[in-house]
Design a protein. Sequence first.
Length: 237
Amino acid sequence: MEKGDENRKKKTSQCRTNRIEIDCVVFNFEDESLKVLLVKQKDNERNTNWELLSDTIKEGETISGTAQNILKKYIGVDNFFLEQLKAFGYPSPSSSYEDISIGYYALIKRDTGNVENHVAYSNLEWIGINEISGLSDKHKIILDYSLKELRQNICKTAIGFNLLPEKFTLLQVMHLYEEILGIEINKSNFRRKILQMNLVHDSNEKEEAVSHRAAKFYSLNLQQHEMLAHRELNFNF
């Protein structure tokens, strides 16, 4: 074998050691708080660190298939909003080349298939977005990017409703937008805007057993495929 062929073989072998990892930021909205599902890890000094839900692409798997399998494995349901972010490069611990992480973010309804019963791993926990610490630099970059994308997309599409129950109050919707965008919204203006958009319809049901005036429940007028297709809307509150 000539020297040039030997070098090419060596480089090819080295490239094959580089992994393509899928990292998923899984969002959930509970008690007026945006939360992320994280995996608890202990380092060599027994300190607690957190990681995103991740896996490597196995032979014969696709990128999107791996991302969906991550959600099904940890959440146990297949009804979720999942969207690819982009590819992130980071130093490989096993070679001089960069490894690749392909980021996704998912939106999970709290009442979808009884999520709590499926998140049965003892090292998993929903953490409030403002309470997260101990993430690696790589995962923090992916989390920050996913938050930026979520904030942009909920202002022009209805994907935010993937975080709400099938029936919701307008106050719940307002709190969702306030929490994600980090702003205060005028209640009257918000209510008028939502109803004028013909985005929701009255479910002819009200809250029960509440100490305050019972609020009406609404449902989304859009079909699931319209939400996923990013139908352009103007949520400029």
